[in-house]
Design a protein around this ligand. Structure first.
Ligand code: CP
Ligand code: NVA
Length: 319
């Protein structure tokens, strides 16, 4: 395994992570998954602390951080916005500087990408984006690990996302695919597509990796897909737009006939979860033989463990 030095790094949106660094995290996650399945117990985070500041709800991400860190002797501290000053009575910058003096790292889930950037800039410790309105980088790592496990490699495979094509999950998926040479097709109505400036950024990485990035409104573009991916039609914080989204996105539902249009019986179904069944995906696809959603959810923990190991410890402790 090529071993880049990642100690002290933050993971805010994957944009400043090189393909080699991302591949290293994925390899490390696969290795940690194996070790976890073999029952290996270690205490590599003993004496370390992790602040988890969550403005939005979470099952997988919170539990992945808490179990990956806590099982190895680390002490995670969960802080909701009811528990902590976050730009209210105390400025965000001041909170960041206090946390930087007490914790080894910070995980943040919330609304504004700027919040996680400020936490990183001012705390002086590694900060992880556990989802913002703009990005969900830890999810993207688990998504690619799941594709890799299924097909032996992700590079050269084609992943099609259908639904809200400008949400956090799609942004991170496009970044990781563009960097790693995974072809990514986003199938969405015109008003819900990635911003052209963002696409111009991904195009540079795609050119280097050979990834083909396609944005279209036509569900027929799923032909020959290796993986079909969807997410909720209205993300956290967008509940007021739900009715409009149902109207716009119903033609993009992932159902059995959509899956058949891939003309690929080996095609898998992915969803970051939580899912609203019979909206973005039918029960039959979700529970069907193509679904890999539970593997994908489990992989959140192994990929997050890899991020924590790589950014908090010296290379010789975990490699
Ligand atoms: N996929 C994901 O981030 O799930 P949670 O919202 O439950 O953390
Ligand atoms: N796009 C979804 C992802 C949830 C994991 C949201 O932000 O609600």
């Amino acid at each position: 395994m090529k071993r880049p030095e990642l100690k002290g790094r933050s993971l805010l949106n994957l944009k400043n992570w090189t393909p080699e660094e991302i591949r290293f995290l994925l390899q490390l996650a696969a290795k940690e998954k194996q070790a976890a399945h073999s029952g290996e117990v270690r205490q590599r985070f003993a004496g370390k602390t992790l602040a988890l500041i969550f403005e939005k709800r979470s099952t997988r991400t919170r539990c992945a951080f808490e179990t990956a860190f806590g099982e190895e002797g680390g002490h995670p501290v969960f802080l909701s916005t009811d528990d902590i000053q976050l730009g209210g009575k105390e400025s965000l910058e001041d909170t960041a500087r206090v946390l930087g003096r007490m914790f080894s790292a910070i995980g943040f889930r919330g609304f504004r990408q700027q919040t996680v950037e400020v936490l990183s800039g001012k705390s002086g410790i590694p900060v992880y984006n556990a989802l913002t309105d703009a990005y969900h980088p830890t999810q993207a790592l688990a998504d690619i690990l799941t594709v890799q496990e299924e097909f032996g490699r992700a590079e050269g495979k084609t992943l099609c996302f259908l639904g809200d094509g400008r949400n956090n999950v799609v942004h991170s998926l496009l970044i990781i695919c563009a960097k790693l040479g995974v072809h990514c097709t986003v199938i969405a109505p015109e008003s819900l597509r990635p911003h052209p400036d963002f696409l111009a950024e991904t195009a540079v990485w795609a050119q280097q990796s050979g990834a083909k990035i396609t944005i279209t409104g036509d569900p027929a573009a799923v032909r020959h897909a290796d993986a079909i991916y969807t997410d909720v039609w209205a993300s956290m914080g967008e509940e007021a737009q739900k009715a409009e989204r149902v109207r716009l996105l119903s033609p993009y539902q992932v159902n059995d006939s959509l899956l058949a249009r891939t003309e690929n019986s080996a095609c898998i179904f992915l969803h970051c979860l939580p899912a609203v069944k019979n909206e973005e995906v039918t029960e039959s696809v979700f529970e069907g033989p193509s679904s890999r959603v539970w593997e994908q959810a489990e992989n959140r923990k192994h990929t997050i463990k890899a991020i924590l190991l790589a950014t908090l410890l010296d290379l010789d402790v975990y490699c």
